[in-house]
Design a protein around this ligand. Structure first.
Ligand SMILES: C[SH](C)CC(=O)O
Length: 266
């Protein structure tokens, strides 16, 4: 149904990211729920590959449909819109939550305090993400942000005793949003004396690593919808420290020049 042209022009393909991402699971559901997507397929790739496909199509003003999320630098760089999702497959507003391993509060109270108090806005995250997208090394972009936002950082470290080189391992997935947040939290933990390792994994292994205690924590849980399946599987072995960012969202995203407003228009 809907606008025949788009499907043909994009070869009935939605450009996705890494297979384990919750947005990929949600899009597989969308392919089943929306009968007009019966002949469409979801291309598994990576966040970086999706971004370069988007850039190429955008430069040629060609239609493209990507699995998108907010916060993300693409909304600052391109004129984009979410397709309406009348069946609610992509959920409502999401939050990004902090989860840590059992035992962290007793063994590393200072790290626990910082991770528990870490909270920032989509604008804060976007500032770091855009720097990285424009070529800055993630750790350097994070250090610069921490330097420039010492008052906000002081709220996060309030009450955390300095430590002397203890190790902390943070797990994350190479989504632009989590590269930014994990590097910032890592820099803040370093500022109170921790020796921080960042462990890049896919989504499932990230939840498993924290649940098994192979990593101390993560600031990358998209809830309640996006990572619901991982919370079902690992939630009882995770300590949930609540949101570190509110106002997140996932969905199908197109350039505004694409003449579709809803998934049902594809
Ligand atoms: C790509 S979003 C940051 C999170 C997810 O879809 O799992």
């Amino acid at each position: 149904g809907g606008n025949e042209g788009i499907g043909e022009q994009v070869d009935y393909k939605i450009i996705g990211i890494e297979p384990g991402a919750g947005i990929m699971q949600a899009t597989e559901t969308a392919l089943e729920e929306y009968e007009n997507l019966a002949d469409w397929s979801l291309v598994e790739s990576s966040s970086a590959a999706m971004a370069s496909e988007l850039q190429k199509a955008y430069d040629k003003k060609e239609p493209i449909i990507v699995t998108g999320w907010t916060p993300h630098w693409k909304f600052a760089k391109f004129d984009l819109k979410y397709l309406e999702d009348p069946k609610g497959v992509y959920g409502e507003a999401e939050v990004i939550q902090t989860l840590v391993r059992e035992g962290l509060q007793e063994e590393q109270p200072s790290a626990y305090t910082v991770l528990d108090q870490f909270f920032w806005t989509p604008d804060d995250m976007a500032n770091v993400m855009v720097e990285i997208q424009e070529g800055a090394d993630p750790a350097e972009a994070a250090a610069a942000w921490v330097e420039e936002n010492s008052d906000k950082v002081a709220e996060w470290t309030n009450g955390a005793e300095e430590v002397d080189g203890e190790k902390i391992k943070l797990a994350y997935v190479a989504w632009d949003s989590e590269i930014a947040s994990t590097n910032v939290v890592g820099k803040v933990l370093e500022s109170i004396g921790y020796d921080v390792d960042l462990l890049q994994l896919d989504a499932g292994p990230m939840f498993a690593a924290v649940a098994e205690g192979d990593a101390d924590g993560m600031v990358a849980a998209w809830l309640p919808g996006t990572h619901a399946s991982y919370m079902e599987e690992y939630g009882d072995k995770l300590v949930d420290l609540g949101p570190n960012l509110e106002g997140a969202a996932i969905g199908l995203v197109v350039p505004t020049y694409v003449e579709a407003d809803s998934i049902e228009d594809l």
